[in-house]
Design a protein around this ligand. Structure first.
Ligand code: NDP
Length: 332
């Protein structure tokens, strides 16, 4: 049972920098049909939250931020999909997750298996599922593939590297510091390039990658976007695939499709998580595989930093300032 009537929440008051985030006291929401009221143990901080805060993706302001987290069900509406108070759940797509309490739709809630810590569970729904669909569905990595992964020490980067290595790929990553290089190697990367040491990313990076990969990579996973897109395209082998899945350095400008021809009949895709977990069956099967890999020790989840919920602005500053590694969490 939930006796609280109000809860803390982090609200984006308008589009802008981290300074627009405010701690407010909001009413604890009531779960409707098919909904769970969850006491949040940890809320995931993701780049998409910064896009929504800054106005890259428009939302109605003021708005409580966040979409990801893990916690304990405290109340349910009718048709709650078999969930009851006391169940531990995680989620990737419950708006207003930067709060002490949040409504999660039962059809999107992931049961957290025993033995998995709620902070680890909060780190998987968005970045883990993304790494999973990228490695298994967008481009199903096969043994012997040469793979390029940018931001190799990031939240998605560390997980994607481990999944790619487990599938038998040779993995080349990029990072911006030596400390991040060590973390990326620890995740299994075979070659790590500090792209801050290159004077001309667009020409030097593909040259290095092509040499390491014996002519180019089968797939380049690019979440950095504006700064790395051209280098990623030039790093592909014939009929390789460029998977642009983010824009941490900024969005890629409009693109001339003829460039795919010049890049060796390259494939380009711009996937998004929602399309790879659209059904409950797909959502659960990806989550189950990830949780199982964590339980058996095959997948190591790095919680790079935790911040009290009240310091959400500092968490955003750190993420946007390239000062984070692995998962960043807010603790209500
Ligand atoms: P990360 O932990 O990867 O953090 C972003 C990293 O990008 C930084 O640490 C930094 O690593 C690198 N980076 C390079 N240039 C810049 C720059 N100018 N400003 C900031 N960072 C830069 O974040 P996430 O794992 O949460 O997300 C990674 C990306 O994946 C984001 O762009 C996000 O939007 C996207 N994403 C896409 C999804 C999808 O389905 N399409 C789902 C989930 C995430 P370094 O210092 O080593 O360069």
């Amino acid at each position: 049972m939930n006796d609280q009537t109000t809860t803390h929440a982090i609200v984006a008051t308008r589009a802008g920098g981290p300074e627009v985030l405010e701690l407010r006291e909001i009413p604890v929401p009531s779960p409707g049909d098919g909904e769970l009221l969850v006491e949040v143990a940890a809320a995931g901080v993701n780049f998409i939250d910064t896009y929504r805060r800054s106005g890259v993706y428009r939302i109605d302001y003021p708005s409580v931020l966040g979409t990801e987290g893990a916690g304990v069900v405290v109340a349910t509406g009718s048709d709650a999909g078999g969930f009851t108070a006391g169940d531990r759940v995680a989620w990737s797509d419950a708006p207003r997750s930067y709060a002490g309490h949040v409504i999660v739709r039962a059809e999107r809630a992931l049961p957290v298996p025993p033995g998995i810590d709620l902070q680890v569970a909060a780190a998987l729904p968005l970045q883990g599922m993304t790494a999973h669909y990228l490695a298994t569905s967008t481009y199903p990595i096969a043994a012997g593939d040469q793979v390029l992964i940018h931001a190799g020490a990031g939240g998605v980067g560390l997980l994607l590297t481990q999944l790619a290595v487990a599938r038998g790929a040779t993995v080349i990553t990029t990072v911006s510091t030596e400390a991040k290089a060590d973390l990326s190697r620890g995740a299994g990367a075979h070659h790590v390039i500090n792209y801050r040491e290159l004077t001309d990313l667009t020409t030097e990076l593909p040259a290095l990658v092509r040499e390491l990969a014996g002519g180019g990579v089968h797939v380049a996973y690019d979440s950095v976007g504006k700064d790395t897109f051209d280098a990623s395209l030039a790093s592909l082998r014939r009929r390789g695939m460029l998977v642009l899945f983010g824009g941490s350095s900024g969005q890629v400008p409009p693109f001339d499709i003829q460039r795919l021809n010049a890049a060796g009949s390259a494939f380009l895709t711009r996937p998004t998580l929602g399309d790879y977990v659209a059904t409950r069956a797909e959502l659960l099967s990806r989550a189950e595989e990830l949780f199982a890999a964590v339980r058996t020790g095959q997948l190591n989840v790095r919680i790079g930093a935790t911040f009290p919920l009240t310091e959400a602005a500092a968490a955003h500053t750190a993420l946007e300032g390239r000062r984070t590694t692995g998962k960043v969490l807010l603790l209500p």
